[in-house]
Design a protein around this ligand. Sequence first.
Ligand code: PLP
Ligand code: ZN
Length: 414
Amino acid sequence: MQRFWYKCIDCGEVYDGSERIYFCPRCGGLLDIEYEYDPDASLTPWSKSFRERPLGVWRYRELLPITGLEKVVTMNEGGTRLIRCKNLERELGIREIYVKYEGDNPTGSFKDRGMTVGVTKALEVRAKTTICASTGNTSSSLAAYSARAGLDCVVLVPSQKIALGKLSQALIHGARVLAVKGSFDDSLRLVEEISRDPRFYLLNSINPFRLEGQKTAAYEIYEQLGDVPDKLIIPVGNAGNIVAYWKGFRELKMLKLVDRLPNMIGVQALGASPIYKAFIKGSDRLEPMDSVETVATAIRIGNPVNWKRALRAARETGGMIGIASDEEILRAQKTLAAREGIFVEPAGAAPIALLAKAAREGLIERDSKVVCIATGHGLKDPNVVLMNVEKPLEVEADIESVLKVLGMTSIEKT
Ligand SMILES: *Cc1c(COP(=O)(O)O)cnc(C)c1O
Ligand SMILES: [Zn+2]
């Protein structure tokens, strides 16, 4: 295992990796995890021993902040499919389009990549109870990994605003689910307060260990493509995931495996777009949005924790933060399902929505290699689908009725 430490993203102070802190004790800034990156060390990933392990988060264990594999809480997360989308390529006139299908993860979203590391940490620090605020998928994942680790789990979700699939997962895995009469941002404030009590271990995306697990998706893309893509398009809520990918790609560069980074392109929902607003203003300040609304509940966040680094990721890589309306998101969800056979929840379709728009406006070079991150499985949120498709037609149980509905008069026999 590599030696690692915390580094404050604001004041640069470093702290020992064994300390149990979520924010910089000096200035309150977010913390990043750093390692000794030695491209020549034998432990460097992608050495021979590395390639013998299955694709997934723990293939990259030497670049993860865990000091003993025995206790790792895992269900073989990661190793998700990178699916080429030839029909979309033809329709949008882009040379290569891939979807990284994070719905393949154990609980159906990318959150599992972070939770396998984060819940292992909770065991390491001997917490009794894990806790998070969640728009849905974080609670599904935390509930499952906590169950496996034998830890109690408390999740705070905004009442009424959580997708059915996600809620049922948290409940069946035995979490105590509290429906807070307020927004996600209210819930986050509450769990930060409670987790000052050492019995609780906080697993929101301020927890830097989660982002370490999530960065492995960038490594996987590099291995699956044999290169980094030209553009990476990813939905942005709290903005932990875009920061995690950015870190993963930067590490590949530090390890001298690649010599460039993809343009990091984040997508927010029109009704929850504070980072987009800061981006187009060229501002270094975030103005939180008090009321947010979008069908893409996973990115329905008005005061994103990781906004600062998300802006840097977009700006420093020549990328951008864009937006998609609910209508565009739902259309992209349908297109991806109907044209490519890939079913994602609304937030997971936001990158396709942005790509379609950007391609039409000529903002994406035609010979680009584009990877869209499909962050969560479509079955997470069945209600939103049923509200936006035609209902099944009811027919009498006889062949004439069926033929009539299908516009046929008779069956042609061969
Ligand atoms: C959590 C989540 C997001 C947003 O990720 P952030 O790290 O908060 O930006 C997007 N899509 C899905 C499906 C999610 O579960
Ligand atoms: Zn600091």
